[in-house]
Structure formats: structure tokens, C-alpha cells
Ligand binder design. Structure first.
Ligand SMILES: [Mg+2]
Length: 245
């Protein structure tokens, strides 16, 4: 079988991620509703999302962004309600936000067997993840991912087409045998198609709004959507088969 380069995203592709953020965001909204009269959970979450996403262009995918979006939302509502901003409440919210980085991560079903099969088939596996070094390393260690990726791990604070392009140059990838597998249309799929490598989109159970964009890219590469991680080896094998025939 012709060896392929397969780049995997981590968060919500190989391991759960959004569910932990949603859990903490719900706790945040509950606390806010206890402090402020007549504000709705949906509005709080919308403001938090807005501040969180706005900070990405400035600071990238650094972990601090998330707790600070709680503080920013709190300050916004204090101003709106003419309520005093209390240091201990700010501190409480910041700590609540950081709790998301202490939750042990769980793999997406069939993660190990999927990676194992691709490795046994002789493919070169790469990890391409966005976020800050410490938090991503924590998850990589917990999931024992170096078994499959060894030193072929790339962590980008700005996970975009430039970041992917740099990786492809570093690994001297032949685009015709190179794949990006991920849950994010914005940061996995669009960059892959812009660089004309193959893309496999696996929608997540509940997606962060930031990741959802229209895919409108001209490309000559393969673009597939599958329901689960488990299907990845099969669709890649099929493509190789079609190339041979
Ligand atoms: Mg992801």
C-alpha cells in the first residue's frame, strides 16, 4: 500500500474537548444567574463566546483566553446592571475557567485501534493541534499519543493555513499522498483544501461555533466527510486502491 502522510487534529477529532468546555460554561452561566437578576443563560453564553472568539485573532489559541472571557462577560454585565465589580468574584470566575484544563480527557471511540491500523499499514502519522504547548502536551501524555506520533507532533497557537503550510514544508510532504483529518471546517478543512492536500471532515458531537464556516475553496484534492474516526482507514485505503486501478 502506498505510504500516505496523515495529519490528525487532536481536540474533538482524537479526544473529546468541547464537552468539557460546555460543562464549565454551564457552571459559569449558573453562577452568573445567581449573581445577576433576570439575565438569561443564552445571553451570557453568547457574550462569553463573542469575547472568547474575538480574543483568538489577538492572542491565538492560548489557554488564558477562556478564563478571561468569563471575567470579561462578568464585567460587561456589571457595567450593564450598575453592579459593583468584586475582586473575589472575578477571582472565582477565573479559577472556574481554568478548571477546564484539569479535566482528564477521554479518547474518541476507537481512537487507539484506528491509529494502530494506520500505523501498521505503514502510513506516517502526524499530529497537528491548536492551543498552547503545556495544555496540549498534557493531553498528548494522558492519551499516550507518542506511541503513534513519536516526534511528529506540531502545536500551533495560530492554527491556520500558514501553520499547516509550514508543517507541510517541514515534513516535505507530497501533497498527493497527504491528508488532514479533523473536526474543524475553519482550522482543519479549509487550510487543507487551500494547500491542495486531501481532507477528511469528521463532525464533532457538538461543535464550537468558531469552527463552523462555509467551505468555498477550489481544490483538486479529495474532500470527504465521514461520521466517525473509525471510518478513516477504510476511506484512505479505497482512495489508494482507486489510484492503482
Ligand atoms: Mg479539533
Amino acid at each position: 500500500m502506498q505510504k500516505q502522510n496523515i495529519l490528525f487534529n487532536l481536540d474533538d477529532t482524537l479526544s473529546y474537548c468541547n464537552r468539557y468546555f460546555n460543562l464549565v460554561i454551564n457552571q459559569f452561566a449558573d453562577q452568573m444567574m445567581a449573581w445577576f437578576d433576570s439575565i438569561k443563560a443564552e445571553d451570557i453564553k453568547q457574550k462569553q463566546l463573542q469575547l472568547d472568539v474575538a480574543a483568538i485573532s489577538e492572542h491565538g489559541l492560548k489557554s488564558d483566553r477562556f478564563p478571561e472571557s468569563f471575567v470579561g462577560t462578568y464585567q460587561y454585565y456589571c457595567d450593564l446592571a450598575g453592579r459593583e465589580k468584586k475582586k473575589d468574584e472575578i477571582q472565582y470566575l477565573r479559577e472556574l475557567g481554568y478548571k477546564v484544563f484539569d479535566i482528564p480527557v477521554e479518547p474518541i471511540p476507537h481512537m487507539n485501534e484506528t491509529l494502530q491500523r494506520l500505523k501498521e499499514e505503514g502510513h506516517e502519522l502526524y499530529l497537528h493541534t491548536g492551543g498552547d504547548e503545556a495544555n496540549q502536551r498534557r493531553k498528548i501524555t494522558q492519551l499516550e499519543l507518542t506511541t503513534f506520533f513519536e516526534h511528529r507532533i506540531f502545536i500551533s497557537e495560530h492554527k491556520d493555513t500558514t501553520a499547516l503550510s509550514d508543517i507541510l514544508k517541514t515534513i516535505k510532504a507530497d501533497t498527493d499522498v497527504t491528508w488532514m483529518v479533523g473536526n474543524s471546517l475553519r482550522t482543519d478543512i479549509v487550510p487543507a483544501l487551500e494547500l491542495d492536500i486531501h481532507a477528511i471532515y469528521i463532525p464533532a458531537e457538538n461543535e464550537w461555533q468558531y469552527n463552523m464556516v462555509e467551505v468555498n475553496v477550489e481544490h483538486n484534492s479529495v474532500f470527504l466527510t465521514v461520521d466517525s474516526l473509525q471510518e478513516v482507514p477504510e476511506v484512505i485505503a479505497k482512495r489508494i486502491q482507486n489510484q492503482i486501478m
